[in-house]
Design a protein around this ligand. Structure first.
Ligand code: GDP
Length: 299
């Protein structure tokens, strides 16, 4: 099943309850709005977010009055669509590029182990290449030798050079040397892969802060796994508090997730989702468009 299937079906059931009505009222939207509430909770959107969403939609829906030629169920769908778009941040927020000539854009990639961070580095490198930006990746995961090899392999796959300095040097120092190398070669975008951990810990946060400072990162993107639902949104919030991030990449949206993360991240963390990953291949990365996502949800 696709990620939003269940949500889409539950919402359709909600609209169908309004087919016989002439106008949206406080009374007749109660039941469909309870269905919306349940559907969002089942999609693993957090309770406070669901509450605010339902309240806001209900108020706006009742205020719409009669619109000639538009059925009440369609009117409610329109309100829900607009609120979904706004919940997800409204506009698409693209990558920020360096504004200083001769200074490369540095994208620092953070995330827990297994979420798809290294894969996302490769995908992003290919994305930048397609935008005609010269690119380099830097391997700073000194704890797992396999992580360096993995990045080198991905680099070959997308034809982007990888800077690595083994695992005997501190990550921040590797990042610094990688950036110097990139400047020397006139590379425009430097993507720094970092070490993940199984859980959030002090060491990881401190290391990220150090690297961020040393390379003066243009973007700090937290990679989160859509399968973890509202937890993903909480992670974005806590990394933002600790390290200061510029956005999130939501991976594995092609899997069995219920979509709650896509709906929660912006509201819970204040930071936008900038990209979504929908597959293991290097091409499976798309900018996150709230309006397209809302259309997918509403079917
Ligand atoms: P890291 O530990 O965060 O660097 O995670 P990896 O990049 O090694 O990815 C962990 C696993 O998730 C790998 O098997 C990837 O192929 C897979 N993966 C990464 N992104 C996606 C995605 O968007 N969809 C799917 N289905 N798998 C993904």
């Amino acid at each position: 099943a696709a990620v939003f299937d269940q949500l889409t079906n539950s919402l359709e059931a909600a609209w169908s309850k309004l087919r016989k009505e002439d106008v949206l009222t406080r009374e007749n939207i109660k039941e469909p709005m309870q269905d919306v509430r349940r559907a969002l909770l089942e999609a693993d959107v957090s309770l406070p977010v669901v509450r605010r969403f339902v309240k806001s939609v209900s108020e706006k829906a009742v205020g719409t009055g009669v619109i000639r030629g538009v059925r009440p169920d369609q009117q409610l769908i329109k309100v829900v669509n607009d609120e979904l778009v706004s919940l997800m941040g409204g506009e698409m927020v693209g990558l920020e590029f360096s504004k200083t000539k001769g200074t490369p854009t540095v994208i620092l990639m953070a995330g827990l182990q297994g979420v798809g961070k290294t894969t996302a580095c490769g995908k992003l490198a290919l994305y930048c290449k397609k935008k005609s930006k010269s690119c380099m990746m830097v391997a700073t995961d000194v704890y797992r030798p396999a992580a360096i090899d993995q990045l080198v392999t991905l680099g070959k796959q997308v034809d982007v050079p990888v800077f690595e300095a083994g695992n005997q040097i501190r990550p921040a120092e590797i990042a610094k040397r990688g950036l110097a190398e990139a400047k020397k070669k006139g590379v425009e975008v430097v993507i720094v892969d970092t070490a993940g951990r199984l859980q959030v810990d002090r060491g990881m946060m401190d290391e990220l802060k150090q690297i961020k400072q040393v390379v003066n990162a243009t973007e700090v993107l937290l990679v989160v796994d859509a399968m973890t639902g509202q937890e993903a949104a909480k992670l974005v919030a806590s990394f933002n508090l600790e390290v200061g991030i510029t956005g999130a990449i939501l991976t594995k949206l092609d899997g069995d997730s219920r979509g709650g993360a896509a709906l929660s991240v912006k509201e819970v963390s204040g930071k936008p989702i900038k990209f979504v990953g929908e597959g293991e291949g290097m091409n499976a990365l798309e900018p996150f468009y709230p309006n397209r996502m809302a259309s997918r949800i509403l079917g």
